[in-house]
Design a protein around this ligand. Sequence first.
Ligand code: ADP
Ligand code: MG
Length: 211
Amino acid sequence: MSGTVSTDDLVSWIRAFRDAVQEHKDELTRLDSEIGDADHGSNMARGLDAVVAKLDPAPATPAELFKTVGMTLVSSVGGASGPLYGTLFLRMGPALGTEGGVDADTLGAALRAGVEGVVARGKAELGDKTMIDALSPALDAWDAASVDGLAAAARAAAEAAARGRDATEPLVARKGRASYLGERSAGHLDPGASSATLLLEALRDTLEAAA
Ligand code: ADP
Ligand code: MG
């Protein structure tokens, strides 16, 4: 990898995310059984299986890839997470455009556009005990490490996401189904922050393998 990722690398990232969600499906569902309705693992696994089924033949451009990923998630995942993850990818596509060879700053900007879309749609703020608690610190870590290249940025982002996920445990949920539990939502990790960490870890692993 020469400081940039190809469309094929981005396809590998999405496949790696699917594999990670499949591997952690029961754990994600267990987390959702504690503060939700026990479907986050199965929701995400079903949606990402539908996504991967559409990646052969592989899309030719990042814009095409993320449009396919986003639209498939929106249409195949019930629950809050489908439209939210769908929005993340749908907003990333235009930020990456039709050229291969995406560098660290460009991928960071695309991730930021995606997460801003999730915030616009779900209205969650940092500390509301949602996927934003993993995604938002990951973006800041990405930007801080971007000067050192893609692999370093992705490593920093994955670490920050994991810390953000862990920090959801004591929080009281203020958005989504878990907020119905009020104070009883404290003492559990947020399932969406956990799947969002898998997304950033899959990116880190893909970029390290491509390096
Ligand atoms: P549902 O809650 O509809 O069953 P899932 O179980 O698939 O959907 O996803 C739950 C996850 O979605 C939560 O753990 C949380 O991280 C995320 N989530 C819910 N509402 C919001 C929101 N408004 N903004 C951001 N993320 C949210
Ligand atoms: Mg659920």
